[in-house]
Design a protein around this ligand. Sequence first.
Ligand code: GLA
Length: 388
Amino acid sequence: MENPMLPEKFIQRFGKRPDISVFAPGRANIIGEHTDYNHGFVLPFAIGQGIHFLASANDTHFIHIQADDLQESVTLDLHHSDVSHDQGWIKFVRQIIKVLANKPLKGFDMIFGGNLPIGAGISSSSALTCGFVAVLNKINHLEMDAHDMMWTAIHAERGYGVQGGIMDQFSIINGKRGHAMLLDCASNAATYVDLHMYGYTFYLFNTNVKHNLLHTDYNLRRKECESAVATLVHHGLNIHSLRDLNVSDLSPIQPLLDQTLYQRASYVIEENQRVMDAIKAFENQDFATLGQLLYQSHDGLAQKYQVSCPELDTLVKMTHTIDAILGARMMGGGFGGCTINLVKGKLNATTLSEIKADYFNLFGIHADIFEVFPSDGIMEYGLTKNGG
Ligand code: GLA
């Protein structure tokens, strides 16, 4: 999880030991996709892969940051916001500083790096943002609690343009080892779900088609859902979001919406139901049903919500002939990134290489496959004397 070389690199770069160490995980989501900004249900968990940050105050008004994996670095002046610093990961740091503008912030030195693929739908941006917020919180003694940190990260990311929900930041900050979180995105209340997997495992298949949600139809989908709600309210329905409807409302609302808005709305309403059905499946240890729910979720995302892509569809389709895989679906914002797969036991080496070879033959892209385990949320480590 931690990169053993990072403390050494910090010392090389800044000539001193770090005194703050933070680990921000990525997240997986079992089911409940594109439901968070519709005030619905999601079932995510923090994963073991993530980003590790080492930092130390520097008694100046400059922030020096080195992105170890990308071999990039930047210096930001807290007294002067330089708009040219608006690309890649740097924009998130600037947005956080903007959100915290009314706080007395001090300069610091920082290095970060990890094993979270970028643009893979496992929340590398939110891990970065939440990690930066945690470092700023600690360095400046801001005393932010989990809720404040989460909203600081959310506002910073929205400031950059993607009008996301709360699932990613919530799971990164509140993750609990061995558990998923059933998060109700209307009340923001979460229940931890003990993931006794009884020999089942989740694997992620990364299409390595990278997505930047700002350049996809993500924001458009959110607007379409809001339009569907506005249209239904106009027709006299007493609702605030699609969350207020359930599958028995589908027939009555169909004539009130145009075809596209109905497709979007019906996907969201059905997906909320699937999250509830998934909880029951976990309670009954009925992994066959859980697998079917994942496949149904993918079909809805691909056909009704239209946020999938041929590479994701193919990786899901390939699993139908693999006995060990009970269900699969695209995960996260879509338009690229990973699929999540429910696997009985482990995938053997032959299966792994067959999937990779078939995928490469079709798209000329190497897929990555890895297991994910429900892990703790953001963590601050105590540092030993030599900064390790
Ligand atoms: C992205 C967003 C989340 C959520 C998912 C789709 O990851 O950041 O808030 O909307 O897409 O479920």
